[in-house]
Write a protein that binds this ligand. Structure first.
Ligand code: GAR
Length: 181
């Protein structure tokens, strides 16, 4: 059985769908870097153990990740799913979880890497958008692609409607991929 840690910084709608659709993996802990993130409320309601690490409390990225690593080892985590974790993964976690860290990104990579991908794509005026699930490596949104799902932008679609569509796709696709690991 895959013992999954989910990393999230924000609202956590993907975290929730990953928990609610677990079949061949088990979410054993939520890791957040933001004490006030709504994802923590979701973890409480869903009865998932959680831990918050504020990067500012550590003098280096290595020390920050070493603390996270201790928690992952306590929970016997063997896979990590990033779900809106807005921080680059560093050496410590990459070396300890080689090819075991997966990310979801709201664009058709390699287009629109990094932050605000949906806004970047809308500003560019693309007619097709989508979601990418990929392995995490040392780059920003550069690891091997596992799955992508695209959709056409209809005329006059607002950014809110586009975001809603992206989330609908993410909430189905991410658990499906994780269940098939
Ligand atoms: C998701 O759309 C995810 O693809 C994106 O953050 C959102 C988190 O939503 N991730 C990135 O942009 C990573 N570069 P959620 O907190 O409701 O799951």
């Amino acid at each position: 059985m895959i013992r999954l840690a989910v990393f999230a910084s924000g609202t956590g709608s993907n975290f929730q769908s990953i928990v609610e659709n677990q079949i061949s993996y088990k979410v054993v802990v939520l890791i957040s870097d933001k004490i006030n993130s709504y994802v923590i409320e979701r973890a409480k309601k869903l009865n998932i153990p959680y831990a918050v690490f504020n990067p500012r409390d550590y003098d280096s990225k290595d020390n920050y990740e070493l603390e996270i690593l201790k928690t992952l080892l306590v929970h016997e985590v063997n896979y990590i799913a990033l779900a809106g974790y807005m921080r680059l993964i560093g050496n410590i976690l990459l070396n300890n979880y080689k090819d075991k860290i997966i990310n979801i990104h709201p664009s058709l990579l390699p287009a629109f890497k990094g932050k605000d991908a949906i806004r970047q794509a809308v500003d560019y005026g693309v007619k097709v958008m989508g979601v990418t699930i990929h392995y995490v490596d040392f780059g920003i949104d550069t690891g091997n692609i596992i799955a992508q799902e695209a959709f056409a932008i209809k005329n006059n679609m607002t950014i809110t409607e586009i975001e809603k569509k992206i989330h609908q796709i993410e909430h189905k696709l991410y658990p499906k991929i994780l269940n098939n690991l």
